[in-house]
Design a protein. Structure first.
Length: 87
């Protein structure tokens, strides 16, 4: 199945120790509901405040682990995302 919709905060980040500080500047979204060639929607400044307030990272060998909190049903859930570098 192809992508039906996307929503992505865009901005910058910085590292402080093992913390990642995200500064979202805008929200870029697209929805196939409006047609396959519909333009992206850009909302600037980012309308939802801060994101990933408690994000931490660990880099071990070829793996980058991100630890942060998500709120899938209005309750905080500790979340771990692991990226593996492949060459």
């Amino acid at each position: 199945m192809s992508c039906r919709a996307t929503s992505e905060p865009k901005g910058t980040y910085r590292v402080e120790g093992e913390r990642l500080i995200f500064a979202a500047a805008r929200l870029v979204s697209w929805d196939r509901f409006y047609g396959a060639t519909s333009p992206e929607s850009i909302v600037e400044p980012y309308p939802y405040g801060s994101i990933f307030d408690d994000a931490h990272y660990v880099l071990l060998g070829s793996q980058l682990s991100l630890q942060y909190t998500t709120y899938p049903a209005d309750a905080p859930v500790p979340t771990l995302l692991v990226y593996t570098r492949t060459d």
